[in-house]
Design a protein around this ligand. Sequence first.
Ligand code: GDP
Ligand code: MG
Length: 163
Amino acid sequence: MKPVIALIGRPNVGKSTLFNRLTRSRDALVADLPGLTRDRHYGEGRVGERPFLVIDTGGFEPVAKEGIVHEMAKQTKQAVAEADVVIFIVDGRQGLTPHDKTITDYLRKSGRSVMLVVNKAEGMRYTSVTADFYELGMGDPYVISAAHGDGVADLVEEALDIA
Ligand code: GDP
Ligand code: MG
């Protein structure tokens, strides 16, 4: 069985961009329109000789409902349940949001192995791009740029070590 990595995070943090990079496909819909990818989406990736499955999710409530308490979509819960390891993505340019905290609480309860990953970090210092996110209580975040590829291979190697 290939290890399964789920990409979780609120809309527009870069899940589909990372999915595309990991699967080198255009299967997942990447859009400037937040929340467009609404269904779970499976792909296959490989780092070195190590194959894995990755699930892109877009099942959170549309962005218009951000800021109010809401349930994570069933499909996203399913992806978490199926995952050997969860890559929880936050946006280093936007910083911490209440929605990120809601997701953190859910992931903590899920009992899954979770890696906190700050995306959109290209050209930014580690200390400044991560500062907001220590409040989530998940330790030192990983830092990547899904768009440029910085840190992505190392992240996946670590994820597979945990899986
Ligand atoms: P999703 O809703 O979480 O799937 O997010 P998308 O992958 O659709 O990306 C949302 C927006 O963020 C798009 O405009 C992407 O081009 C942009 N984006 C994704 N990754 C990065 C990154 O590493 N750096 C920057 N600057 N923008 C990014
Ligand atoms: Mg998406």
